[in-house]
Design a protein around this ligand. Sequence first.
Ligand code: NCD
Length: 304
Amino acid sequence: MTKVARGSLLGIESLEAGEILKILQLARRMNPQKPRALLRGKRIVLLFYEPSTRTRSSFEIAAKTMGAMTTLVQSSGSSIEKGESLLDTGYTLRAVGADVIVIRHPLAGAPQLMAKHLDIPVVNAGDGMHEHPSQALLDAYTILKHKKTLKGLKVAIMGDVFHSRVARSACHLLTKFGSKVVLCGPPELVPEVATTLAPGVSVTRHAEEALRGTDVITLLRVQKERLAGLKLRLDDYIARYQMTARRLKLAKKDAILMHPGPIIRGLELTSDVADGPQSVIVEEVRNGVPTRMAILARAAGKTR
Ligand code: NCD
Protein backbone atom coordinates (compact mmCIF):
# COMPACT_ATOMS: atom_id res chain seq x y z
CA MET A 1 0.00 0.00 0.00
CA THR A 2 1.51 3.37 -0.93
CA LYS A 3 -1.40 5.75 -0.56
CA VAL A 4 -1.60 7.49 2.77
CA ALA A 5 -5.01 7.29 4.47
CA ARG A 6 -7.11 10.45 4.42
CA GLY A 7 -6.93 12.39 7.65
CA SER A 8 -3.27 11.52 8.28
CA LEU A 9 -1.11 14.37 9.55
CA LEU A 10 2.51 13.67 8.72
CA GLY A 11 4.07 17.11 8.48
CA ILE A 12 3.45 20.78 7.82
CA GLU A 13 5.78 21.10 4.82
CA SER A 14 3.51 19.03 2.59
CA LEU A 15 0.27 20.58 3.86
CA GLU A 16 -1.41 23.31 1.84
CA ALA A 17 -2.18 26.61 3.54
CA GLY A 18 -5.92 26.01 3.00
CA GLU A 19 -5.74 22.69 4.82
CA ILE A 20 -3.88 24.29 7.74
CA LEU A 21 -6.57 26.97 7.98
CA LYS A 22 -9.27 24.30 8.02
CA ILE A 23 -7.61 22.55 10.98
CA LEU A 24 -7.21 25.85 12.84
CA GLN A 25 -10.86 26.73 12.20
CA LEU A 26 -11.95 23.33 13.44
CA ALA A 27 -9.75 23.78 16.54
CA ARG A 28 -11.50 27.08 17.29
CA ARG A 29 -14.85 25.27 17.24
CA MET A 30 -13.63 22.67 19.74
CA ASN A 31 -14.56 23.32 23.33
CA PRO A 32 -12.87 20.91 25.74
CA GLN A 33 -15.39 21.99 28.44
CA LYS A 34 -18.43 21.23 26.27
CA PRO A 35 -17.28 18.41 24.04
CA ARG A 36 -19.29 16.50 21.47
CA ALA A 37 -18.81 12.75 21.33
CA LEU A 38 -17.47 12.92 17.77
CA LEU A 39 -15.17 9.96 18.30
CA ARG A 40 -17.50 7.63 20.18
CA GLY A 41 -16.53 4.04 19.47
CA LYS A 42 -13.21 4.99 17.87
CA ARG A 43 -10.00 3.40 19.07
CA ILE A 44 -6.98 5.63 19.13
CA VAL A 45 -3.55 4.18 19.79
CA LEU A 46 -0.86 6.42 21.20
CA LEU A 47 2.37 4.79 20.12
CA PHE A 48 5.25 6.51 21.87
CA TYR A 49 8.83 5.45 21.25
CA GLU A 50 10.10 8.55 23.10
CA PRO A 51 9.20 10.18 26.40
CA SER A 52 6.55 12.88 26.31
CA THR A 53 4.40 14.75 28.79
CA ARG A 54 2.49 17.52 27.00
CA THR A 55 2.03 15.91 23.63
CA ARG A 56 0.94 12.54 24.94
CA SER A 57 -1.37 13.81 27.66
CA SER A 58 -3.05 16.36 25.42
CA PHE A 59 -3.63 13.84 22.62
CA GLU A 60 -5.06 11.42 25.16
CA ILE A 61 -7.28 14.01 26.80
CA ALA A 62 -8.38 15.31 23.39
CA ALA A 63 -9.35 11.78 22.31
CA LYS A 64 -11.16 10.89 25.53
CA THR A 65 -12.94 14.23 25.62
CA MET A 66 -14.53 13.30 22.29
CA GLY A 67 -15.54 9.86 23.53
CA ALA A 68 -12.79 7.77 21.94
CA MET A 69 -11.10 4.83 23.54
CA THR A 70 -7.36 5.22 23.86
CA THR A 71 -4.53 2.88 24.53
CA LEU A 72 -0.95 3.82 25.19
CA VAL A 73 1.85 1.70 23.79
CA GLN A 74 5.32 2.71 24.90
CA SER A 75 8.68 1.24 24.02
CA SER A 76 9.26 -0.11 27.49
CA GLY A 77 6.77 -2.78 28.47
CA SER A 78 5.73 -3.64 24.89
CA SER A 79 7.04 -5.93 22.14
CA ILE A 80 9.04 -2.96 20.86
CA GLU A 81 11.40 -3.78 23.71
CA LYS A 82 11.73 -7.28 22.26
CA GLY A 83 12.96 -5.86 18.97
CA GLU A 84 9.76 -5.97 16.94
CA SER A 85 9.94 -3.80 13.82
CA LEU A 86 7.95 -0.61 13.46
CA LEU A 87 5.80 -2.05 10.70
CA ASP A 88 5.04 -5.26 12.58
CA THR A 89 3.95 -3.18 15.54
CA GLY A 90 1.74 -1.17 13.17
CA TYR A 91 0.16 -4.33 11.68
CA THR A 92 -0.48 -5.63 15.19
CA LEU A 93 -2.18 -2.44 16.31
CA ARG A 94 -4.29 -2.42 13.14
CA ALA A 95 -5.24 -6.05 13.75
CA VAL A 96 -6.49 -5.34 17.26
CA GLY A 97 -8.72 -2.64 15.84
CA ALA A 98 -6.91 0.71 15.93
CA ASP A 99 -8.79 3.38 13.96
CA VAL A 100 -6.05 6.02 14.26
CA ILE A 101 -2.39 5.75 15.30
CA VAL A 102 -0.65 8.72 16.89
CA ILE A 103 3.07 8.06 16.77
CA ARG A 104 6.19 9.64 18.23
CA HIS A 105 9.47 8.15 17.09
CA PRO A 106 13.16 9.11 17.37
CA LEU A 107 13.72 8.53 13.64
CA ALA A 108 12.65 11.00 10.97
CA GLY A 109 10.23 9.40 8.55
CA ALA A 110 8.84 6.73 10.91
CA PRO A 111 5.24 8.08 10.75
CA GLN A 112 5.44 8.29 6.94
CA LEU A 113 6.63 4.71 6.71
CA MET A 114 3.80 3.51 8.90
CA ALA A 115 1.23 5.58 7.01
CA LYS A 116 2.36 4.11 3.68
CA HIS A 117 1.76 0.57 4.90
CA LEU A 118 -1.44 0.94 6.89
CA ASP A 119 -4.93 1.80 5.69
CA ILE A 120 -5.74 3.94 8.75
CA PRO A 121 -4.79 7.58 9.45
CA VAL A 122 -1.44 8.15 11.11
CA VAL A 123 -0.73 11.30 13.09
CA ASN A 124 2.87 12.39 13.60
CA ALA A 125 3.46 13.40 17.22
CA GLY A 126 7.12 14.20 16.53
CA ASP A 127 9.62 12.25 14.38
CA GLY A 128 13.31 12.65 15.10
CA MET A 129 14.66 16.00 13.95
CA HIS A 130 12.05 16.19 11.19
CA GLU A 131 8.60 17.53 12.05
CA HIS A 132 6.17 18.09 14.91
CA PRO A 133 3.06 19.22 13.06
CA SER A 134 0.60 19.25 15.97
CA GLN A 135 2.93 21.56 17.91
CA ALA A 136 3.19 23.98 14.96
CA LEU A 137 -0.60 24.00 14.67
CA LEU A 138 -1.19 24.65 18.37
CA ASP A 139 1.45 27.37 18.27
CA ALA A 140 -0.26 29.04 15.31
CA TYR A 141 -3.58 28.72 17.16
CA THR A 142 -1.96 30.40 20.18
CA ILE A 143 -0.39 33.22 18.15
CA LEU A 144 -3.75 33.90 16.49
CA LYS A 145 -5.37 34.31 19.92
CA HIS A 146 -3.05 37.32 20.40
CA LYS A 147 -2.36 38.63 16.89
CA LYS A 148 -4.87 39.34 14.11
CA THR A 149 -2.93 37.57 11.40
CA LEU A 150 0.31 35.68 10.82
CA LYS A 151 1.07 37.81 7.77
CA GLY A 152 3.90 40.29 8.33
CA LEU A 153 4.69 39.08 11.87
CA LYS A 154 8.31 38.91 12.93
CA VAL A 155 8.89 35.66 14.82
CA ALA A 156 12.20 35.02 16.57
CA ILE A 157 13.03 31.37 17.28
CA MET A 158 15.96 30.99 19.69
CA GLY A 159 17.83 28.01 21.05
CA ASP A 160 18.69 24.57 19.69
CA VAL A 161 17.11 24.98 16.26
CA PHE A 162 19.26 22.31 14.64
CA HIS A 163 17.87 19.44 16.71
CA SER A 164 14.36 20.83 16.85
CA ARG A 165 11.44 19.36 14.93
CA VAL A 166 9.33 22.10 16.51
CA ALA A 167 11.46 24.74 14.75
CA ARG A 168 11.25 22.97 11.40
CA SER A 169 7.46 22.64 11.47
CA ALA A 170 7.09 26.23 12.73
CA CYS A 171 9.27 27.59 9.89
CA HIS A 172 7.13 25.81 7.32
CA LEU A 173 3.84 26.90 8.82
CA LEU A 174 4.66 30.52 9.56
CA THR A 175 6.29 31.26 6.21
CA LYS A 176 3.34 29.73 4.32
CA PHE A 177 1.31 32.57 5.85
CA GLY A 178 3.83 35.37 5.28
CA SER A 179 5.53 35.66 8.68
CA LYS A 180 9.24 36.47 8.76
CA VAL A 181 11.16 33.97 10.88
CA VAL A 182 14.51 34.88 12.43
CA LEU A 183 16.46 31.94 13.86
CA CYS A 184 18.95 32.88 16.54
CA GLY A 185 21.79 31.06 18.28
CA PRO A 186 25.41 30.00 17.83
CA PRO A 187 26.36 28.28 14.51
CA GLU A 188 26.54 24.88 16.22
CA LEU A 189 22.84 25.12 17.16
CA VAL A 190 21.61 27.28 14.29
CA PRO A 191 23.48 26.40 11.09
CA GLU A 192 23.39 28.90 8.25
CA VAL A 193 21.78 26.26 6.01
CA ALA A 194 18.57 26.67 8.03
CA THR A 195 17.77 29.65 5.80
CA THR A 196 17.02 27.17 3.00
CA LEU A 197 14.15 25.65 5.00
CA ALA A 198 11.68 28.09 3.50
CA PRO A 199 11.71 31.53 1.91
CA GLY A 200 11.32 34.11 4.67
CA VAL A 201 13.69 32.40 7.11
CA SER A 202 16.87 34.19 8.19
CA VAL A 203 19.61 33.51 10.73
CA THR A 204 21.38 35.78 13.20
CA ARG A 205 23.95 35.18 15.92
CA HIS A 206 22.84 38.21 17.90
CA ALA A 207 19.91 38.07 20.30
CA GLU A 208 19.48 41.85 20.05
CA GLU A 209 19.01 41.64 16.29
CA ALA A 210 16.54 38.77 16.57
CA LEU A 211 14.51 40.47 19.25
CA ARG A 212 14.28 44.06 18.07
CA GLY A 213 10.78 44.75 16.77
CA THR A 214 9.69 41.14 17.24
CA ASP A 215 6.02 40.16 17.67
CA VAL A 216 6.54 36.57 18.80
CA ILE A 217 9.48 34.89 20.52
CA THR A 218 9.71 31.11 20.60
CA LEU A 219 12.37 29.60 22.83
CA LEU A 220 13.56 26.05 22.32
CA ARG A 221 15.03 23.63 24.77
CA VAL A 222 18.82 23.67 25.05
CA GLN A 223 20.40 20.58 26.59
CA LYS A 224 23.44 21.09 28.79
CA GLU A 225 24.96 17.79 27.59
CA ARG A 226 24.58 18.91 24.00
CA LEU A 227 26.35 22.19 24.67
CA ALA A 228 29.16 20.26 26.32
CA GLY A 229 29.36 17.83 23.40
CA LEU A 230 29.67 20.76 21.00
CA LYS A 231 32.29 22.37 23.24
CA LEU A 232 30.03 25.33 23.90
CA ARG A 233 30.23 26.85 27.34
CA LEU A 234 27.03 27.07 29.30
CA ASP A 235 27.87 30.47 30.77
CA ASP A 236 28.62 31.83 27.27
CA TYR A 237 25.29 30.58 25.99
CA ILE A 238 23.49 32.15 28.94
CA ALA A 239 25.36 35.43 28.52
CA ARG A 240 24.52 35.69 24.82
CA TYR A 241 21.11 34.10 24.43
CA GLN A 242 19.22 33.57 27.68
CA MET A 243 15.87 35.35 27.67
CA THR A 244 15.94 37.86 30.47
CA ALA A 245 13.62 40.72 31.39
CA ARG A 246 16.18 43.14 29.93
CA ARG A 247 16.34 41.32 26.58
CA LEU A 248 12.59 40.91 26.40
CA LYS A 249 12.27 44.70 26.43
CA LEU A 250 13.90 44.80 22.97
CA ALA A 251 10.86 43.09 21.45
CA LYS A 252 7.59 44.89 20.75
CA LYS A 253 5.65 45.89 23.84
CA ASP A 254 2.90 43.43 23.01
CA ALA A 255 5.25 40.61 22.01
CA ILE A 256 4.33 37.16 23.30
CA LEU A 257 6.84 34.64 24.63
CA MET A 258 6.36 30.99 23.74
CA HIS A 259 8.12 27.71 24.45
CA PRO A 260 6.95 24.22 23.43
CA GLY A 261 8.38 22.82 26.65
CA PRO A 262 9.95 21.26 28.54
CA ILE A 263 11.43 24.55 29.74
CA ILE A 264 14.69 24.75 31.61
CA ARG A 265 14.58 27.73 33.94
CA GLY A 266 17.93 29.43 34.36
CA LEU A 267 19.11 28.20 30.97
CA GLU A 268 16.90 29.24 28.04
CA LEU A 269 15.07 31.78 30.14
CA THR A 270 14.89 33.25 33.61
CA SER A 271 12.03 32.38 35.95
CA ASP A 272 10.66 35.92 36.05
CA VAL A 273 10.31 35.90 32.27
CA ALA A 274 8.79 32.38 32.21
CA ASP A 275 6.12 33.47 34.68
CA GLY A 276 5.87 37.08 33.48
CA PRO A 277 2.94 38.83 31.78
CA GLN A 278 4.22 38.30 28.23
CA SER A 279 4.66 34.56 28.68
CA VAL A 280 1.96 32.41 27.04
CA ILE A 281 3.75 29.15 27.83
CA VAL A 282 0.95 27.72 29.99
CA GLU A 283 -1.74 28.85 27.57
CA GLU A 284 0.21 27.17 24.77
CA VAL A 285 0.06 23.84 26.59
CA ARG A 286 -3.67 24.32 27.20
CA ASN A 287 -4.27 25.05 23.52
CA GLY A 288 -2.81 21.65 22.74
CA VAL A 289 -6.17 20.10 23.70
CA PRO A 290 -8.56 21.85 21.24
CA THR A 291 -5.92 21.71 18.51
CA ARG A 292 -5.41 17.97 18.96
CA MET A 293 -9.18 17.46 19.20
CA ALA A 294 -9.36 19.03 15.72
CA ILE A 295 -6.50 16.86 14.44
CA LEU A 296 -8.15 13.67 15.73
CA ALA A 297 -11.62 14.67 14.50
CA ARG A 298 -10.11 15.30 11.06
CA ALA A 299 -8.35 11.91 11.22
CA ALA A 300 -11.71 10.26 11.93
CA GLY A 301 -13.38 12.20 9.11
CA LYS A 302 -15.54 14.23 11.53
CA THR A 303 -14.86 17.74 10.36
CA ARG A 304 -18.40 19.12 10.62
C1 NCD B 1 9.25 19.13 22.00
C2 NCD B 1 9.53 17.84 21.27
O1 NCD B 1 9.39 16.75 21.81
O2 NCD B 1 9.89 17.96 20.11
N1 NCD B 1 8.36 19.12 23.04
C3 NCD B 1 7.01 18.94 22.87
O3 NCD B 1 6.55 18.12 22.15
N2 NCD B 1 6.19 19.76 23.55
C4 NCD B 1 10.46 19.91 22.26
C5 NCD B 1 11.57 19.33 23.07
O4 NCD B 1 11.55 18.18 23.49
O5 NCD B 1 12.53 20.08 23.31
